[in-house]
Design a protein around this ligand. Structure first.
Ligand code: 4AD
Ligand code: MG
Length: 434
């Protein structure tokens, strides 16, 4: 009924002629009384538009209803288009009818409530209606669309991997156990192993799905549940997969500038420049010496800590790769560099400006014996990787892949102070509600 009632919306109305009669539905985002007029900021799917309730155009009972209706009530309105330079978007709608579809209680998000840190996330089910979180989520939706588009245009097959799994991809320390009838299962950390199985059927695959990490670290860049965009390509080398990462990031960021420039400007204050490939590539060893010059010493073979990651990332203005990580700093499945076996054919793509790691990837071990040996070398149990190993007995070609964190990418692109702003209902060690 209400969908039929509507013959315009906040975007369409801005293109209408003076005097046009329009009907809209939406929510009262804000309301203020100015002399004999009540100004309403109406929110719908497309954005915001200003409504004006005037005593001389509405019946008295309707004017009184506007006055007493709380913000965030769902409403239907009818009115006349009035072009006015002073109105946001150059148009206001002078109301001739006002209907409350569903009234709201007094809105709990007040300026004084905002002072407690985290409050907005305690009431995320309500606060997600705010203009900033709304803009961020619209950009997020477009970012995911662009990622998916890139892969589909380039002939990848979109696959789905299970969430219940039995063995770790990225180390046992961050596995979330779940009771699975009379057995123990875990929540997936990465779809990588399933993608590796799938490439022998489809050559090029990708996934877009949540990954889970039981990381106690309470940082600005860790979630316990994050969205993972992963791709795996048969016959591809480490170099080939870095090229895919560069192209993917350039494609997606270019589409964002094209499709949601106003939202980006609203969140960041300006537009970013899509990073054109190729990106700079530095080896792990070079990264260590850059860090050494900044007074941060990392023992060769160790992974970067949070501070080192931030510092190295600050040295760049465009995304860059750190390549050839030591065997000891990477998971077992990475292929050792045949020219220098103490390092792997692996890389992380880093965001500049201190935001740090966006992706991890590289070439995988595709020979059975090599993988078996490395599993033992890492002190792992080959029985736990039975099917993953078995793949290597049936025509597994050389192959490479990577995983990208959606929220990390958004945090960098939009300069968000905390990763929780990049997801609708964040999950962190201390947040499981709402
Ligand atoms: O570096 P990670 O752990 O690599 C993998 O999982 C590989 N198996 C991916 C692959 O090759 N298919 O995770 C990949 C990316 C990270 O670079 C980061 O952007 C994101 O996932 N990520 C997280 N994002 C938010 N919160 C966390 N706790 C994250 N852990 C990883
Ligand atoms: Mg990583």
């Amino acid at each position: 009924m209400w969908l039929n009632y509507r013959n315009s919306n906040s975007m369409d109305a801005k293109k209408r002629e003076e005097g046009d009669k329009v009907r809209l539905i939406g929510w009262i985002a804000s309301k203020r009384v100015h002399r004999e007029k009540i100004f309403i900021n109406l929110r719908d799917r497309y954005g915001y538009i200003q409504l004006v309730a005037r005593g001389d155009m509405l019946p008295t009972n309707k004017y009184e209803l506007v006055k007493k209706t709380n913000i965030e009530s769902a409403i239907a309105v009818e009115g006349v288009i009035k072009r006015d330079e002073r109105a946001p978007g150059g148009v206001e709608i002078h109301l001739t009818d006002f209907i409350v579809i569903s009234p709201a209680s007094e809105w709990p998000i007040t300026l004084s409530a905002l002072k407690s840190p985290g409050f907005l996330f305690d009431v995320r089910h309500l606060s997600l209606r705010g203009p900033k979180s709304r803009a961020i989520m619209i950009i997020r939706a477009e970012l995911l669309r662009a990622f998916i588009e890139y892969f589909l245009i380039n002939d990848y097959v979109w696959i789905q991997a299970p969430t219940f799994i039995t063995s770790a991809v990225e180390g046992g320390a961050t596995l979330f156990p779940v009771k699975y009838f009379d057995k123990m299962a875990y929540l997936t950390q990465s779809a990588q192993f399933y993608e590796e199985a799938a490439i022998c059927a489809f050559e090029k695959v990708f996934v877009v799905q949540p990954s889970f990490r039981s990381e106690k670290s309470r940082t600005r860049k860790h979630l316990t549940e994050f969205w993972h965009v992963e791709a795996e390509v048969a016959f591809a080398t480490h170099e080939d997969i870095m090229k895919v990462e560069e192209e993917l990031l350039y494609y997606a960021t270019s589409k964002l500038i094209e499709r949601v420039p106003n939202e980006i400007k609203y969140v960041r204050g300006d537009l970013f420049k899509p990073p054109e490939p190729p990106f700079e590539k530095i080896k792990y060893d070079e990264a260590l010496s850059i860090l050494h010059n900044k007074g941060i010493d990392i023992e060769w073979g160790q992974d970067f800590g949070a501070e080192a990651e931030r510092e190295i990332s600050k040295q760049f203005e465009k995304p860059f790769f750190i390549t050839h990580y030591p065997v000891t700093a990477r998971s077992f499945y990475h292929m050792n560099d045949p020219n220098r076996p103490e390092v792997t054919l692996s890389s992380d793509l880093f965001a500049p400006e201190g935001y740090g790691e966006l992706t991890s990837g590289g070439q995988r071990i595709h020979r059975y014996e090599d993988l078996y040996e490395k599993i033992l070398e890492f002190g792992l149990n080959p029985d736990e990787y039975k099917w993953y190993l078995e793949l290597r007995k049936y025509g597994m070609p050389p192959h490479s892949g990577f995983g990208l964190g959606v929220e990390r990418t958004l945090r960098w692109l939009l300069h968000l102070s905390h990763i929780r702003e990049a997801i609708l209902f964040p999950r962190t060690p201390t947040r499981l509600y709402p």
